[in-house]
Design a protein around this ligand. Structure first.
Ligand code: S3P
Length: 434
């Protein structure tokens, strides 16, 4: 079934969004292996985070939903997880899978992980390889020089590792850090380009023996103590769709409350500001384990922008919506070194090029010195059309924003995928469309 999206004139209002997906995963994971119970507020009840919840229930953790946006996790301590009675089904969640493989490699029981077809296509060698160097016994499906789910883990005592990240990836880093929490000795992860640091921040909050020095992170075995209560800031990736929409519609103004403003995730705001966006940040709660603030966005005239490779990890999930912004900006935009987009839920380069080209945008992809570079020449109007999400949540929401900005109605083929990260997307949109 396809869905009709009609162009809109303006948005206005105050938004309270669900908690950040990345931070929600980590809150459940660390609360589960901590001493004591943890109340997690503003949790993201997205499909992916629900997969993490289900996995830890399978691992013997008692987790109770308290109300529509909070839950209580009864921690079992670092050695308290139970051998799962069945295969751990991670549905479509890449983050849950990759981080869990790190954690489960260090347990004294065996486990099997699997997921739905799209997850079975996500490359796992990036985590499996460093974990094996730590002594992890992992069997995965080998295909085309990479490894994939289903994964079978057998118990083994891990040793520490000094690892230099070859691609910036918070999932890989987190898998190694969680394995390092159990490994003999001090594990080091060196990141030439920093990826999101939610795991490091949360490990500190739980009292882990972790130290961050410039681009290096060190972790040694330690127990974790629940901070009792965690408030998850709202998800900047979800917010980015409305931020771009508010910029590009006339007479629009929105305020997003309690937004996660972690510098390792704020690339989208920096790039939009560089394009001329009127974005005001009201910082608050400086003592919170994650920076948090309110953000006010007003209609803006956007100009083209050069997005360099080193900022990509700070906005990797926001690239599709930034491509929409670039499509309606004045002049040329260039996105450098975006190859990792090909191995997200779907090949987001392919899907955004196809859809935006259909809407009348001139996009070009070239490979320069082995790096993928996209050039977008901004247009004055987007044509409505037949849009394809390819079953990818971020592609779907980016295209819906493009359709709302177009000069004629559009149809999009599949929007069910949106619940992967943002089940309330349409409800929130309905609240601010004027
Ligand atoms: C995530 C890390 C990023 C991001 C993903 C969530 C995380 O992936 O794209 O949506 O929560 O750690 P990579 O680690 O593959 O860069």
């Amino acid at each position: 079934m396809s869905y009709l999206i009609k162009p809109y004139q303006k948005i206005q209002g105050i938004l309270n969004l669900a908690g950040d997906k990345s931070i929600s995963h980590r809150a459940v994971i660390l609360s589960s292996i901590a001493e004591g119970k943890t109340l997690i507020k503003n949790f993201s009840f997205s499909d992916d985070c629900k997969a993490t919840l289900k996995a830890f229930k399978t691992l013997g953790v008692n987790i109770k939903k308290k109300n529509k946006d909070s839950l209580i996790v009864y921690g079992r301590g670092v050695f308290g997880l139970k051998k799962p009675k069945q295969t751990i089904n991670l549905e479509e969640s890449g983050t849950s899978t990759r981080i869990l493989v790190g954690l489960l490699s260090a347990q004294n029981f065996s486990s099997k992980l699997d997921g739905k077809e799209p997850l079975r296509k996500r490359p796992m060698l990036r985590i499996v390889h460093p974990l094996r160097l730590m002594g992890a016994k992992i069997k995965a499906k080998v295909k085309n020089k990479d490894e994939y789910l289903p994964i079978l883990i057998s118990p083994n005592r891990l040793k520490s590792l000094s690892w230099r990240m070859s691609i910036p990836s918070a999932q890989v880093k987190s898998a190694i850090l969680l394995a390092g929490l159990y490994a003999k000795g001090r594990t080091k992860v060196y990141e030439p380009v920093k990826s999101r640091d939610h795991t490091e921040r949360m490990l500190k909050l739980f009292g882990a023996n972790i130290e961050v020095k410039a681009k290096s992170i060190y972790i040694s075995p330690s127990s974790l103590i629940s901070p009792k209560k965690i408030y998850i800031p709202s998800d900047i990736s979800s917010a980015s769709f409305f931020i771009v929409l508010a910029c590009l519609l006339n007479n629009s103004c929105i305020r997003i409350n309690n937004l996660g403003l972690n510098p390792s995730r704020c690339g989208v705001i920096d790039v939009l500001k560089g394009m001329g966006a009127h974005i005001r940040i009201i910082c608050k709660e400086k003592g919170h384990f994650e920076p948090i603030g309110d953000v006010i966005v007003r209609s803006s005239k956007l100009n083209g922008v050069i997005v360099s490779e080193d900022i990509i990890p700070r906005l990797i999930d926001e690239l599709p919506i930034l491509m929409v912004a670039a499509s309606l900006a004045r002049g040329k935009s260039v996105f450098k070194g975006i190859g990792e987009l090909r191995v997200k839920e779907t090949d987001r380069i392919n899907s955004m090029v196809k859809n935006l080209s259909n809407m009348g945008v001139k996009i070009e992809m070239v490979v320069k010195k082995g790096k993928e570079v996209m050039t977008i020449n901004g247009v004055n109007n987007l044509n409505g059309g037949l849009l394809k999400s390819f079953g990818d949540h971020r592609t779907a929401m980016s295209l819906i924003v493009a359709a709302l900005l177009a000069d004629s109605p559009s149809r999009i083929d599949d929007i069910k995928c949106i619940s992967k990260s943002f089940p309330n997307f349409f409800k929130i949109l309905g609240q601010i469309l004027r």
